[in-house]
Write a protein that binds this ligand. Structure first.
Ligand code: HH2
Length: 261
């Protein structure tokens, strides 16, 4: 899953794709580089980020999805939003997946919309909200708590009419977690996979890579690849990444060596 942030302030690609033409060009590049899907978002959820009002999120994304309608889908698209009206615009343009970092808690209209449109849904774990989530997060057993949260959100989505085979789950690396919590969750992915749904993992360029390597955001490729491979080795089905070409190559070699395809 290649990342495309149509934002001025995302932690790694903020400001680069605000113009709809450059966003569309980036989608095409992400397709050429071998991603299966491109996750398009217009609200940064980095630690400390302030919420983006609906009108602003639509103002950023609607022209991008207009271009998609006009010129066609360069590859399958996902929309990274917690707001039903934003998801609706993306689904109208042909997006197939709604990636909600609030797991359906942000907008009560989101799960019914996904159900009605028959779209796929990614439910992610987050403790608190981006503004405050990194203020001393604490867990008893982080893997068990994230598993129970995801199980409960999955139930909620099914109750809203979302089809189980369309749901993906994500432990939300860096969303209200210390380095130790993130490492425990990556080690504990098999316990989350036991919920029976494919797992999405996003580690690309995140703070945990910086903490482990001492590298700045733009210099975390090697660390991100190592974390992505470790996640897949423990059962992640989808890797959310900024460096698509390199991640696709790393996964191709890793899976060939594993005897996969
Ligand atoms: N991470 C980010 C955003 N959305 N969605 C899922 N499912 N999983 C993740 O780990 C995840 C996510 C944060 O990364 P990015 O989009 O690059 O940054 P920002 O939130 O600053 O736009």
């Amino acid at each position: 899953m290649g990342v495309l942030n149509v934002t001025p302030d995302s932690f790694s690609d903020g400001g680069r794709f605000l113009d709809p033409e450059s966003a569309y060009a980036r989608m095409r590049e992400i397709a050429r580089q071998g991603a299966a899907i491109c996750d398009v978002g217009a609200e940064s959820t980095r630690p400390g980020a302030v919420p983006v009002p609906l009108e602003e999120e639509l103002r950023r994304l609607a022209p991008v999805f207009s271009l998609v309608r006009e010129r066609g889908l360069p590859l399958p698209l996902s929309v990274d939003t917690s707001k039903a009206p934003v998801a609706a615009v993306a689904l109208e343009a042909g997006a197939v997946l709604v990636n909600d970092v609030t797991a359906g808690r942000g907008d009560p209209a989101l799960l019914p919309l996904v159900a009605e449109r028959g779209a796929a849904l990614c439910l992610m774990h987050m403790r608190g909200d981006p503004r405050t989530m990194q203020d001393d997060p604490r867990y008893g057993d982080v893997v068990a708590e994230v598993r129970d949260f995801l199980a409960a959100r999955l139930e909620e989505a099914l109750a809203a009419g979302v089809r189980e085979e369309r749901v993906l789950l994500d432990p939300g690396i860096g969303f209200g977690k210390t380095l130790e919590h993130n490492l425990a969750l990556l080690a504990g992915l098999p316990a989350l996979a036991a919920l029976g749904r494919p797992l999405v993992v996003g580690v690309s360029r995140k703070g945990m890579i910086g903490a482990l390597t001492g590298r700045a955001t733009g210099d975390r490729l090697a660390g991100s690849l190592a974390a992505a491979l470790a996640a897949v080795a423990r059962g992640a089905a989808v890797v959310r990444a900024h460096d698509v070409r390199e991640t696709v190559d790393a996964l191709a070699v890793w899976s060939a060596v594993q005897g996969g395809t």
